[in-house]
Design a protein around this ligand. Sequence first.
Ligand code: PBG
Length: 322
Amino acid sequence: MINRGRRLRANTAIRDLVRENALTSKDLIFPIFVVEGENIKEEISSMKGNFHWSIDRLDEIIKEVVDLGIRGIILFGLPEAKDECGTESYNDDGIVQKAIRKVREISSDLYIIADVCMCQYTSHGHCGILKGNEVDNDSTLEVLGKISVSYAKAGAHMVAPSDMMDGRIGYIRETLDKNNYKDVAIMSYAAKYSSAFYGPFREAAHSAPQFGDRKTYQMDAGNSNEALKEIKWDIEEGADIIMVKPAMSYLDIIARAKEIVDVPICAYNVSGEFAMVKSAASLGLIDEKAVALEMLLSMKRAGADIIITYFALDAVRWLREE
Ligand code: PBG
């Protein structure tokens, strides 16, 4: 007797009927980079098809996102001025705060997430306050709390701390609650690896560390139990959603997390993963649409409920063609 698995692959109809996982527009979050200035829509050279937007032109991209049926965006800001302590990050009139208010004006039902981190705002490019050449954990928490409150005040629905300091989720939850932002949710970049896949983003966000690396706070690529530890801690501290980042080389982490957690899992399909597909496609080596959709579907299959991806707009268009 031969076991005949091919019966259920015989034609499109049966394949559609038995498919276990699907990607939809409702799974995707689109990252948007905002800059000071006027009339700016400037393509990010390391991330083709993505742009730096000034506030006055945000309506163009927000309308596109909403029209495509995408439910959420995550905002990253490039401030005009940086300093040692990243003080511009919690300025109520800072770039992200202005963008949040503007998006709220443009759309009443788009879900607004704001990335909470200091690296775009510090002159040294690290994700926290320096003591000597070390990133000091506990003094950084205070700043993260201030940034979160400032984003909440501007109207963010959710804050997403990406700094990887210890205890930040508990600290931010407590600070938001104390300031009466009990309904503002937290998505923790819980298992964020120290990864070479962030290269194009750091060029886009002008956030590369000016010395050293992020290995004392972001996780070591060789570890997987450690990711589960970080994820459990963040849920205990009050994370509503946990994230695994990057996604493609860390699908095993998503799958292991899925086994143990009961909160939604977000996968961040990061800039390097995006750029690899884009550049290979531009050389005619791969089919961009097929590869991108397969990559995103693999994240769903691994266990992700939500995916942050620079492919979001194209992915929805491609899904509609199918
Ligand atoms: C900020 C932050 C980074 C990314 C998201 N938030 C960069 C970093 O940690 O160096 C990377 C996103 C991407 O590569 O697409 N801490």
